[in-house]
Ligand binder design. Structure first.
Ligand code: HEC
Length: 349
């Protein structure tokens, strides 16, 4: 149940109670029935296999507030790009060319019409953004296998129609084996530096969905976080400009990190194999099992949802099935918050 849904139900309830005419005569006897109906509705919507809408922010007003023709700059870069250049799917900006090895052509440019440059979404240094994935330091064989899974649709978009997921599918359909091999080689060799700060807070700045993340609404005060992760850039303009050195902020409910640590290291709800058994100490990954430490928490939640709903049901991901069967959405939030809060200092790849 998203807080907005909850809020709208509460508002309706509130309205029912305060109906001026229906007044005391009608509303009072109906109230227990109304409450019962909403309680059942809440229980149904809270079904853990539901896809929580907050993990899939949309893009109602893309680029709002960023001037498209002016030359922009960002901290610690000599480069200058217009917004139009910054959103070029076939020549995305490289603000820090000395910060990574030369990019293969598929990473820097891709190919028209559907093979967007990998760096458009995952950025030249492979840190990605909360609406996609950080690829830096993932095992080469794992990246190759994921592309094959997207291609065969064994790995699907957990929320059909959500644009970032659909774009990845289109890319996988257009990429050749050689494209995939050179991109996987490039990203797997990049050193991963986490670019997310996980902050526990009961109240958070009021945000809006923008460009598939959450952006602050200036001067709009705060709101309760509820049971969700709200992840976005501290500076929306730098997000739109594809600044690959910016650290995102993921707000999580108070207590998430501690609870997540317990789930990751000891298991939960009868889950015998804790996450660290397979994903390694401090969740830095082992063999082809991917690292989770320092990765974007909403990305992690989306994957757990995908395993649970069957959207990601590849043979290689079968070990995740008994795991997600025991996780509620609240558990997923906690464990993703914990994983996101870890810096992979012990990463040896
Ligand atoms: C029994 C082994 C095992 C356990 C226990 C396990 N995992 Fe996994 N996990 C895997 C494997 C294997 C994959 C890779 C699936 C693939 O190749 O598609 C994976 C993939 C993932 C992914 C996808 C990562 C990405 O980059 O897309 C996430 C997220 C994840 N696991 C989270 C967890 C969490 C959280 C826990 C504990 C609650 C956990 N896993 C416990 C084996 C395990």
């Amino acid at each position: 149940m998203s807080p907005s849904k909850e809020e709208s139900i509460l508002r309706q309830l509130d309205g029912a109670i305060r109906q001026p005419r229906a007044g005391k005569l009608l509303t009072a006897p109906l109230l227990p029935i109304i409450i019962a109906v909403f309680t059942i509705a809440l229980a149904v919507f809270q079904e853990p296999s539901d896809v929580p809408p907050w993990a899939f922010p949309g893009s109602p007003k893309d680029s709002a507030g960023v001037d498209s023709t002016r030359l922009h700059h960002i901290p610690n870069s000599e480069a200058r790009f217009t917004l139009r250049q910054a959103i070029d799917r076939f020549a995305p900006p490289d603000w820090h060319p000395s910060g990574h090895p030369p990019m293969p052509d598929v990473v820097a440019h891709g190919r028209r019409a559907d093979l967007f440059a990998c760096a458009y979404s995952h950025l030249p240094n492979g840190t990605g953004r909360p609406e996609n994935a950080a690829l830096a330091g993932l095992p080469e064989g794992y990246i190759i296998a994921q592309l094959a899974d997207f291609r065969s649709s064994a790995r699907k978009n957990p929320l059909p129609g959500w644009i970032p997921g659909n774009s990845m599918h289109a890319v996988a359909m257009s990429a050749t084996e050689a494209d995939v091999a050179s991109a996987a080689r490039y990203f797997s060799r990049l050193r991963f530096t986490p670019q997310v700060r996980v902050i526990e807070a009961a109240r958070i700045p009021r945000m809006r969905e923008a460009a598939f993340v959450y952006a602050r609404i200036p001067g709009a005060g705060t709101e309760p976080i509820g049971s969700r992760i709200v992840e976005g850039p501290p500076d929306f303009e730098r997000h739109e400009l594809r600044d690959d050195a910016m650290t995102y902020v993921a707000y999580v409910p108070p207590g998430s990190i501690k609870r997540g640590r317990s789930i990751a290291t000891k298991g939960t709800n009868g889950l015998a194999t804790a996450c660290v058994t397979c994903h390694g100490k401090n969740l830095v990954g082992t063999g082809l099992i991917p690292p989770l430490a320092g990765r974007y928490p909403t990305y992690i939640v989306r994957q757990l949802i995908a395993f649970k709903t069957g959207a990601r049901s590849t043979p290689a991901s079968q070990p995740m099935q008994p795991v997600v069967a025991r996780l509620t959405v609240a558990d997923m939030i906690a464990v993703a918050a914990y994983a996101g809060s870890l810096a992979p200092a012990h990463h040896s790849r």
